[in-house]
Design a protein around this ligand. Structure first.
Ligand SMILES: [Zn+2]
Length: 655
């Protein structure tokens, strides 16, 4: 596998063309107190994420477009636009969004890697999308083609805006806005943005006080509208987003859709994560936007409460959310089964979007702890190392029989509902966006990835170079190069996993304390570090070439779950740094479901270059249920299911 990968990667030029796109700096202002450093200004030179992003660019994006071509998603636009004869093809009312999401990912990719062929191909797609748009701005191919039929039994046929709880018309619009903004920022072209704005103008004419009072069944138009607001400064879009959120749970104007769609009570009164997990996290992201951009304290209070509920009662150790296959939804508090865990890949991606916004709002590292946990575990598990097969649900245990992945025991190339593969495509190229941020002249180093970045703060411009073997090693070297000597603050996140808690709350705890100390040096001088909101802050006069060295000890740690999580009683999970481990059949001589990891068994880490694109495995002498000796080899959770179906477990027996 490794050799194949190397062969593939040699076919493409390794040096990414690094272009600074000023628009991303000027227009991509988050509107939050804290501004992220755009991925266009952060060039990764690591082996972990660069490979993933390159695989996404060279394999997953073309693969996704090909699927959309073959399965009629692109023909649907041409047909709705009168460019082609025929009926709607597809089984879902939101197949349009797969095309939008791949355009979004491809645009992020174009922003850092010039590819004129891809750019032209996307322009061709935009022509078809524009043709499918009705004169007044309406755009939803299945409705335009024939409103009297339906692609899915659970959607009622009917005129536009009929059955909005299920029709996904507004969901289609939301993904279009997100994609159009990404395309505009990446290429400076307005061809797609103009389509989105024409549609958004129809939405603002149609919905709102004194007009239609319904809300979308599946959220995302809220964050999409806010992105349109951020690039156009047209406040109507921001107000429209807030209206859709304010109107949720308000029975005056529409029949409530219930908790499945988070439409059971007004969002400002919600305090528990319920219902369909992807809908939920997209909505919480929108709520964080309203709290951050409009400075709305009631939204802030609500979204804080919901976040507390998730991290302390509904979060998997992998950062996955949404426990139940039934309706793809959150379970009750502490309902976190392993074999039947759902953890949709889209929900993990939404959880990252949400936690990033929570950080931009509050400036606390605990949100990045959740983001990082999800990024390295429950999110990347969703796509294979080769980039062409996917998990929709991400279970934490497999018995080799229960077909958890939509009728499969392993990753599948595509699904009738292909939300997850296309969400992976749009998310992966944006990973460098999460590494740095700043507030005024204060810099935040949130993630540890070998990279070079150019940062423009209020009065300070600087270049930062990071060197690390993270996530396999906790040594991080950061070289600070300000344009001229300046006094400013560098806030370095000390991850929760390196302290007492891998995530906030009491859902997970370490079995034993770790006595090895975190160390921090500046130009070889050891610093005492003070923790403030999960960061250690260094304020000094910085000069070119100043070196910060951080050492985060990475022993293998045993984690226990809260006793109320029934499925994890008498069980232990193994983590090392940000990585969650699992035992898989292929590496172990006995059933991993029968394996017992005594509390005193020594577990060691070992780098295996030959395995799964290069991973640190953890090993130890353990036993089976009858006390017979056995050897444990555990691999990173994200890398499981590359060697055929079989048993796997994250939570292993303790006794
Ligand atoms: Zn999905």
């Amino acid at each position: 596998m490794k050799n194949l990968y190397v062969k593939n990667i040699l076919k493409i030029p390794l040096i990414l063309i690094f272009i600074t796109c000023d628009k991303f700096i000027d227009n991509n202002k988050s509107g939050y107190p804290i501004t992220p450093v755009s991925f266009t200004n952060v060039k990764l030179t690591d082996t972990f994420w660069s490979r993933r992003i390159e695989t996404n660019r060279t394999v997953t994006i073309p693969f996704g477009f090909e699927k959309c071509e073959n399965e009629g998603r692109i023909r649907n636009f041409a047909r709705a636009g009168g460019l082609l004869e025929g009926e709607y093809e597809g089984k879902m009312p939101f197949d349009d969004t797969d095309v939008y999401k791949i355009i979004e990912g491809a645009s992020y990719s174009l922003a850092v890697y010039h590819d004129s062929e891809l750019e032209q191909y996307i322009d061709g797609l935009i022509e078809k999308i524009a043709a499918a748009q009705e004169d007044d701005g309406y755009l939803c191919t299945w409705k335009t083609l024939n409103p009297d039929t339906t692609p899915a039994w659970w959607v009622e046929p009917g005129p536009r805006w009929h059955n909005l709880g299920a029709s996904h018309e507004l969901y289609n619009s939301g993904h279009m806005y997100e994609a159009a903004v990404a395309h505009y920022l990446a290429t400076d072209k307005k061809n797609f943005l103009n389509v989105a704005l024409k549609n958004a103008d129809l939405i603002t004419k149609t919905f709102g006080p004194g007009k239609k009072l319904e809300v979308p069944g599946h959220q995302i138009i809220e964050t999409g509208l806010i992105k349109l607001y951020l690039v156009t400064k047209n406040k109507e879009y921001l107000d429209m987003a807030k209206f859709f959120l304010d109107q949720r749970g308000n029975a005056e104007g529409h029949e409530l859709y219930g908790s499945y769609s988070q439409d059971h009570k007004p969002v400002k009164q919600q305090d528990e994560a319920v219902g369909h997990a992807v809908r939920a996290v997209y909505m919480y992201s929108g709520m964080a936007d309203i709290a951050g951009i409009m400075n709305d304290s009631s939204y802030l209070k609500a979204v804080d409460k919901i976040w507390e509920n998730v991290v302390s009662k509904k979060l998997y150790i992998t950062g996955g959310i949404g426990a139940r296959h039934d309706r793809e939804s959150f379970g009750d508090n502490y309902e976190l089964p392993n074999l039947t865990s759902y953890n949709e890949t889209c929900a993990a991606i939404g959880n990252i979007y949400w936690n990033h916004r929570m950080f931009l709002l509050h400036g606390e590292a605990k949100y990045i702890d959740v983001l990082e946990r999800t990024l390295y575990n429950g999110m990347i598990s969703g796509v294979s190392l080769k980039g062409n097969s996917f998990f929709y649900p991400n279970c934490l245990e497999s018995d080799g029989k229960y077909e958890f992945n939509m009728g499969s025991l392993t990753r599948k190339p595509w699904f009738d509902c292909s939300c997850c593969p296309t969400n992976v495509i749009r998310f992966i190229p944006s990973v460098p966006n999460y590494i740095y941020a700043h507030r005024g002249d204060s810099l935040y180093v949130n993630l540890f990835v070998t990279s070079e970045a150019n940062v423009e703060m209020r009065n300070v411009r600087l270049n930062i170079y990071q060197e690390t073997e993270y996530p396999w090693d906790g040594k991080v070297k950061i070289i600070i190069n300000p344009e001229k000597d300046e006094i400013f603050t560098v806030n370095i996140r000390i991850p929760g996993w390196a302290l007492k808690k891998l995530v906030p709350g009491d859902l997970y705890r370490y079995l034993k304390t770790n006595n090895e100390k975190i160390t921090l040096k500046v130009n070889d001088e050891v610093l005492d570090f003070n923790m403030n909101r999960g960061f250690t802050s260094i304020t000094r006069r910085w000069s070119k070439g100043d070196i910060i060295e951080l050492y985060l000890p990475m022993p293998v740690r045993r984690v226990l779950a809260h006793d109320r999580v029934k499925s994890n009683r008498n069980k232990v999970a193994l983590i090392r740094g940000p990585i969650v481990y699992c035992a898989e059949w292929a590496d172990n001589g006995i059933s991993v479901l029968d394996m017992v990891i005594p509390d005193n068994a020594e577990i060691k880490a070992e780098y295996r270059e030959d395995l799964l694109d290069g991973v640190v495995v953890v090993k130890g002498n353990v036993s089976d249920k009858k006390g017979r000796k056995a050897e444990l080899v555990a691999i990173p959770y994200y890398a499981w299911s590359h060697r055929g179906p079989g048993e796997m477990a994250v939570w292993l027996l303790r006794k």
